[in-house]
Design a protein around this ligand. Structure first.
Ligand SMILES: [Zn+2]
Length: 326
C-alpha cells in the first residue's frame, strides 16, 4: 500500500510537472515582446553628396517569374545565397533621395498603395530620415511601372507638392498615349490598361500643375546624366551623378534579383516588356559597371540597394553591398 501510494504520488508529481513546465515556458516566451525592424532609411555619403536609400517595402517573387532558367538551377542558386526557399525570391522596393546641397532629388518613388499592403513606406521613411516632402524639388523616374511612379501621389494628391517629375519622352509616350493599347496582342491589353490607370492617377496632379516633364537622351537634369537602358520598358533610363571623382549610377530595373540575375545575368523576368533587349541591357551595363567600378543604387536589390558589381570572369557577377557606416 505504501509502495502504491508512493507510485501514485510520483505519477501525480510527474503529471503536475508535465503540465507546469510548458505553462512556465509559454509565459517566459510571451513576457518579452519582439520589436519591429529599424526604420527603412540608410544614409550613404558620395563625395559631398548625401544619398538616402528609402525602403518602400519587401516582397517575395515566385521563381516561376524568372525566364530561361530551370527550377533546379533556381533552387541551387537560392540555396547558395541562403534564401528561404519556402518564401520565394526576396525583392525590395527602394527609392533614393539625393541631397546635392542645393537640390533634393528623389529617384523613383515606390508603390504608394498600388501594389498592396507590403509597400508604400517611402514618405514615412523620408520623414524618419529627417527630410520633408516639401523639400523635394525634382523627381527622376527610371520608368513608369507602378512600383516606381505610384509613390509620387496618394489618392490623387501630389505627395511632393514642390517637385517637378521627369520621365523619358519615349516612356511617357508608351504608357500615356491612348493609341498604344491597340498595338498590343489582345491577351495583354487588359493588364496594360490596369497598369496605365495606376500611372495616370499618379501623374495627374503633376500634369495639372505643369510639373510633369519629359527628357530625351543627351539631356542633363539637375546635374544628372541620363543613360538609355531600354528593354525592361521601352523608355527605361538610368541616371548617373558625379561628386568629385566618384560616380553613382541609379540603374532602375536592369536587375530584379541579387542572387539569380547576378549568377545568371541572361535570366529575364516576366515584367520585362522586351525580355531579349532587357537581357542585352543588363549584360552591357553589368560589364561596364564591373569594369569602371561606379557605385550602383538599385530599386530591387536588398535594402539599401547600394553597392558595387563585381565579376571575376566577365560571365557571372556578384553584388557587393555597401558596409554599414555611421
Ligand atoms: Zn520595378
Amino acid at each position: 500500500m505504501k509502495t502504491l501510494n508512493k507510485s501514485i504520488a510520483l505519477t501525480l508529481l510527474a503529471l503536475s510537472s508535465f503540465i507546469a513546465i510548458p505553462q512556465t515556458q509559454a509565459a517566459e516566451a510571451n513576457s518579452i515582446t519582439q520589436q519591429k525592424q529599424v526604420a527603412g532609411f540608410y544614409q550613404h555619403q558620395l563625395g559631398n553628396v548625401q544619398i538616402t536609400a528609402l525602403l518602400d517595402g519587401t516582397n517575395y517573387l515566385s521563381p516561376a517569374l524568372f525566364k530561361g532558367i530551370s527550377a533546379a538551377e533556381v533552387t541551387q542558386i537560392l540555396k547558395k545565397y541562403y534564401a528561404n526557399q519556402a518564401k520565394d525570391v526576396q525583392t525590395s522596393v527602394n527609392a533614393f533621395l539625393v541631397n546635392t546641397g542645393s537640390s533634393l532629388v528623389l529617384v523613383d518613388s515606390g508603390s504608394s498603395s498600388c501594389n498592396g499592403p507590403n509597400f508604400g513606406s517611402v514618405v514615412k521613411n523620408l520623414n524618419a530620415a529627417g527630410y520633408k516632402t516639401e523639400q523635394v524639388d525634382t523627381i527622376l523616374l527610371t520608368h513608369l511601372h507602378p512600383d516606381h511612379v505610384c509613390g509620387i501621389s496618394a489618392k490623387g494628391v501630389a505627395s511632393f507638392p514642390n517637385a517637378t517629375v521627369y520621365v523619358a519622352d519615349n516612356e511617357a509616350n508608351y504608357w500615356l498615349n491612348s493609341k498604344q493599347v491597340s498595338k498590343l496582342p489582345p491577351d495583354k491589353q487588359a493588364r496594360f490598361k490596369q497598369t496605365v490607370e495606376k500611372i495616370q492617377q499618379a501623374v495627374q496632379p503633376y500634369q495639372t500643375t505643369k510639373r510633369f516633364k519629359t527628357f530625351k537622351l543627351g539631356d542633363k537634369i539637375k546635374g544628372f546624366d541620363v543613360i538609355s537602358t531600354a528593354g525592361h520598358t521601352p523608355g527605361h533610363f538610368s541616371f548617373a551623378f558625379k561628386s568629385g571623382n566618384e560616380e553613382i549610377v541609379f540603374v532602375g530595373d536592369i536587375v530584379h534579383s541579387h542572387s539569380i540575375q547576378f549568377d545568371q545575368p541572361e535570366t529575364a523576368i516576366d515584367f520585362d516588356v522586351d525580355p531579349k533587349k532587357a537581357v542585352q541591357t543588363r549584360l552591357a551595363q553589368f560589364a561596364r559597371l564591373a569594369k569602371q567600378g561606379q557605385t550602383v543604387a538599385a530599386p530591387h536589390l536588398p535594402f539599401p540597394g547600394i553597392g558595387h558589381i563585381y565579376s571575376k570572369d566577365g560571365k557571372s557577377y556578384q553584388w557587393i553591398p555597401v558596409h554599414f557606416k555611421d
